[in-house]
Design a protein around this ligand. Structure first.
Ligand code: ZN
Length: 287
């Protein structure tokens, strides 16, 4: 049964910050890009909800990544994808600088399980961990080598992950409002339609995007790694063919990007934020 969206968006205080960055050639993310090494910041969202408290969308890099990549197989990951994240750049440190204890973070929405998105999970011991069950089952069923090749380091997940997790699929399905209907339906993850989770498959199985409205009335769509830059969804630019090897499903990736492109064309007012795009982030802050 799919319910109709009844306009439950409420004003949410939202901040979009980078917790570290990694480096790889631009051509990995855009087939027309150069071979020059570029920095890709890892953004995470701080969502201060008037009813549900402090929540995060992903966590970026953290000191846990450095520990995990000090030995094999994590060492190989860090060698292929060099990164930097100073202690004051972690999600935990940035929250503390804003006067928020990591213990007060109530929920973390996990877009997908790539190491640069989940490295900080262990820093938030009281947070409920919200993700698609299909995303978790995908990584839980893989060999350590296959996880490594797909950018996943299971040692970054807190112990007892399934007990702390809430699966998006258990939330009520809601038909998206007409101007956002390109993706069909979302999931009412908080039960009041103030935040909707949307499945964005292709980059990783069960990747989760998040739709909500910020305090200034702007509708935000956090899209994880459904694409790496605003240029990709604005102009429908695909990544290079090498990148296809690390994507979970190339056909689904193209389909998701095509929907984002259509969404941008029919509703250019929507703020679409890919997790590694500093241009989209600065446009959001400077608008
Ligand atoms: Zn990713």
């Amino acid at each position: 049964m799919v319910a109709r969206f009844s306009g439950g968006f409420m004003s949410i205080e939202f901040d979009w910050r980078a917790a570290g960055r990694c480096f790889h050639p631009e051509v990995i993310t855009l087939s027309s890009g150069s071979f020059k090494s570029c920095a890709f910041p890892s953004y995470f969202g701080i969502i201060r909800h008037p009813k549900h408290g402090v929540m995060l969308y992903d966590t970026g890099y953290s000191e846990h990544f450095a520990q995990e990549s000090a030995t094999f197989p994590g060492k190989l990951y860090a060698w292929v994808t060099p990164h930097e994240c100073s202690p004051d750049q972690t999600a935990q440190a940035q929250l503390l600088a804003q006067g928020t204890s990591p213990r007060d973070v109530r929920m973390i929405f996990i877009s997908h399980f790539h190491a640069d998105h989940v490295s900080g999970l262990k820093s938030f011991p009281n947070a409920e961990l919200i993700c698609f069950k299909s995303a978790f089952e995908d990584i839980a069923g893989r060999s350590p080598l296959r996880n490594l090749l797909q950018g996943v380091l299971p040692g970054l997940l807190p112990e007892g992950f399934p007990e702390r997790a809430r699966w998006v699929e258990s939330s009520r399905k809601v038909l998206l409002p007409p101007h956002l209907a390109t993706f069909g339906h979302g999931f009412d993850v908080l039960g009041d339609q103030s935040v909707l989770a949307v499945e964005l498959p292709g980059h990783a199985r069960g990747q989760m995007g998040l739709l909500f409205e910020d305090r200034s009335g702007r509708e935000i769509f956090l899209i994880g790694d459904a694409c790496w830059s605003s240029r990709a969804y604005e102009q429908y630019c695909l990544p290079s063919s090498i990148t296809r090897l690390v994507l979970s499903n190339w056909k689904e990736y193209r389909d998701t990007l095509s929907r984002l492109h259509q969404l941008h064309r029919v509703y250019p007012k929507l703020t679409i934020l890919p997790s590694h795009c500093s241009q989209a982030a600065s446009r959001y802050f400077n608008a």
